[in-house]
Design a protein around this ligand. Structure first.
Ligand SMILES: NC(=O)c1ccc[n+]([C@@H]2O[C@H](COP(=O)([O-])OP(=O)(O)OC[C@H]3O[C@@H](n4cnc5c(N)ncnc54)[C@H](OP(=O)(O)O)[C@@H]3O)[C@@H](O)[C@H]2O)c1
Length: 275
């Protein structure tokens, strides 16, 4: 169980998802403090026994681990505000802000700051997230374990050993919930055109997506074998898959993921120029 004192800066969707996960896992609410610039969102946390404040520095002063959950545009200003407190308390810093590099945060907080960058995705808000984590060279083994435990409170997390690989995490997980929504939208629309009512079309498509994912998780069998297992020669599934292949679905999906990586790289360059 986590014994470190955790300070969350920002009481928005992502920090709330992590905190809810930690509380469900049995972390003592008295070990968690959260700040937000407006008071409104803090009531939810105060009701659960957390320490709350509209002062970021007050929360930072209490924390062994500081989780920065504000929007990317606000992140470096918040870091500037916390600089003096962090110099005194030397916390492990975890940033969930998309597109802000550990080096940019270290430029503000100091080159000796252990920083973990996390790239979660929106299913985190229901405890089903998939996140990538990168640690700078100052993060020790115990801090790595602690950071992973915190982020895994709302899903799964994997380490990448180069920060540039966070862009691959964006392509396969960060942006990817939308790919599945898009595929489901198309499937539901086509099922309606084939005659099913909208409610049944959506229920069948969504449950099939969920069932397929759970089937993958429940077995050691690789993806290609699972696909072959439901593809009888000359059958309906084979007809559908042959049509997907002929129209270049593989290349389309790969190109989409590469476009996500290219955009992540552009955004990082834009953020660096904007400083
Ligand atoms: N949501 C996701 O699924 C997701 C996925 C990947 C990464 N992320 C990252 O997670 C971070 C947070 O995203 P989110 O969706 O949770 O956003 P959000 O719901 O808008 O939360 C941001 C929170 O930060 C607070 N805030 C802003 N400036 C502040 C300041 N100076 N001091 C203290 N609090 C301040 C805001 O308070 P007010 O309400 O008072 O403005 C708001 O409650 C972002 O950097 C985003 O890139 C989110």
């Amino acid at each position: 169980m986590i014994q470190a004192k955790l300070g969350f800066i920002g009481a928005g969707n992502m920090n709330r998802a992590i905190i809810d996960g930690l509380l469900s896992a049995g972390v003592n609410p008295q070990h968690i403090a959260v700040s937000n610039r407006s008071e409104q969102k803090l009531g939810y946390f105060a009701d659960r026994g957390l320490t709350t404040s509209t002062s970021n520095t007050e929360v930072a002063a209490l924390a062994d681990v500081l989780i920065l959950g504000v929007k990317p545009a606000q992140l470096l200003d918040v870091a500037q505000e916390l600089k003096a407190t962090c110099a005194a308390t030397k916390p492990l810093v975890i940033s969930v802000a998309a597109g802000v590099l550990t080096e940019q945060i270290a430029e503000v907080l100091g080159a000796d700051t252990p920083i973990v960058r996390a790239m979660p995705n929106t299913p985190s808000t229901i405890g089903e997230g998939a996140a990538g984590l990168f640690a700078n060279s100052l993060v020790n083994d115990g801090q790595r374990e602690l950071a992973k435990t915190i982020i895994q409170a709302c899903g799964i997390a994997v380490w990448v050993e180069q920060e540039s690989l966070i862009d691959a995490v964006i392509a396969v997980a960060g942006s990817a919930p939308a790919y599945f929504f898009y595929i489901l939208e198309t499937m539901v629309d086509e099922a309606e055109k084939l005659g099913l009512n909208p409610k049944d079309a959506k229920a069948l498509a969504v449950q099939t997506c969920l069932g397929a994912a759970r089937l993958v998780q429940s077995t050691e069998t690789d993806l290609a074998t699972l696909r072959n297992n439901v593809t009888s020669p000359g059958g309906t599934t084979q007809a559908a898959l042959a049509s997907f292949k002929a129209s270049g679905l593989d290349e389309t999906l790969r190109a989409g993921m590469q476009a996500a990586v290219a955009r992540a790289q552009e955004m990082a360059a834009e953020a660096a120029r904007g400083r």
